[in-house]
Ligand binder design. Structure first.
Ligand code: FES
Length: 322
């Protein structure tokens, strides 16, 4: 469900219009086209790659109004234990800074026609903000359960207050962990659940929804790690790049992307962790060992696409639409 159709992703030069303090450790950054042009269209759930001062590239969900073609908004949590991207935003991005960007890309679009239940943990509220705005505009049944460490750490509370009782806040220091089992343990026919937040929250929700997990859509910030079984069973395989007419061997410990680069095929990549969707590639033949954090159970079972930066092959050979 989306009223806004997104176009192909593009490279952009973005001017920082404003940096706003939203909550403890969270700023929002308002961005406009550096040349004053309209920004590309996007739909809720979309994110962009931002090329940050210092050389890092990070993915951020767009959390403003998709109808506003002049301004994009992203929310950034400072993670001191992170790899430096969020610190670069907090310390070096100021009004007037120009940042390279690529996108928008959407691997977390609203699925279904409603009712919608949303679950957000911490900075995971950012893609959900745009989703609830769209649901409200379309007049569909929705509600949001939003948890955080404490009320002071939860961004955009003022904005969410406008939705009244559709939003339930769950600051952990006041009321403990979110009651995911209680609220999502029993199947709710026709309902889709979209969730974004820390891995522990998403894993708990996945566990609670075991009997109707096909209704769950998640976006992760941190890649799911390969299981011990996957690591131990890893073996070399051949990839046929069908359109290019090239076959390449993918050794143990090498990704399909790296192997393809070795023979002069350069698929687009960004996160290289299976969380952004840039490298999603059509599968022509073969059995995929999915290791990404994006595809739903149903999409994995269909086996039509895969993330070639992390996923592999369970058999000896894979045919890809490349
Ligand atoms: Fe991000 Fe593969 S490059 S999912």
């Amino acid at each position: 469900m989306s009223a806004v159709q997104a176009g192909p992703e593009v490279d952009l030069s973005l001017l920082v219009r404003q940096v706003r303090w939203e909550a403890e450790g969270v700023v929002s950054v308002l961005l406009e086209d550096a040349g004053g042009a309209d920004l590309p269209q996007w739909a809720p759930g979309a994110h962009i790659d931002l090329h940050l001062p210092g050389g890092a590239t990070r993915q951020y969900s767009l959390c403003g109004d998709p109808c506003d073609r002049k301004v994009w908004r992203v929310g950034v949590l400072r993670e001191d234990a992170g790899r430096g991207g969020s610190a670069a935003v907090h310390e070096r991005v100021r009004p007037g800074t120009v940042l390279g960007a690529r996108g928008p890309r959407n691997a977390f679009a609203l699925a279904g026609t409603g009712p919608f239940r949303f679950v957000a943990g911490g900075i995971g509220i950012t893609p959900i903000l745009a989703m609830v705005r769209e649901c409200e505009a379309q007049g569909v049944d929705w509600s949001l359960l939003y948890g955080g460490r404490s009320r002071g750490s939860m961004a955009f509370l003022g904005e969410l207050a406008a939705y009244g009782g559709k939003v339930t806040l769950h600051p952990q220091d006041e009321v403990g962990l979110m009651p995911l089992g209680e609220q999502f343990g029993a199947p709710q026919p026709g309902t889709t659940v979209h969730a974004c937040g820390p891995a522990a929250m998403l894993d708990a929700l996945h566990g609670a929804m075991e009997s109707w997990v096909e209704a769950l859509r998640v976006e992760r910030f941190v890649a799911v790690e390969a299981t011990t079984e996957q690591l131990h069973s890893e073996r070399a395989f051949d990839v046929d790049a069908v359109r290019s007419g090239v076959t390449v061997r993918v050794p143990v410990g090498t990704s399909i992307v790296r192997a393809l680069e070795g023979v002069g095929i350069f698929p687009g990549t960004s996160c290289e962790e299976g969380i952004c969707g840039t490298c999603e590639t059509g599968v022509v033949s073969g059995e995929v060992d999915h290791r990404d954090s994006l595809l739903s159970e149903a999409e994995r079972a269909a086996g039509e696409t895969m993330m070639i930066c992390v996923s592999r092959c369970t058999g000896p050979r894979l045919g890809l639409d490349l």
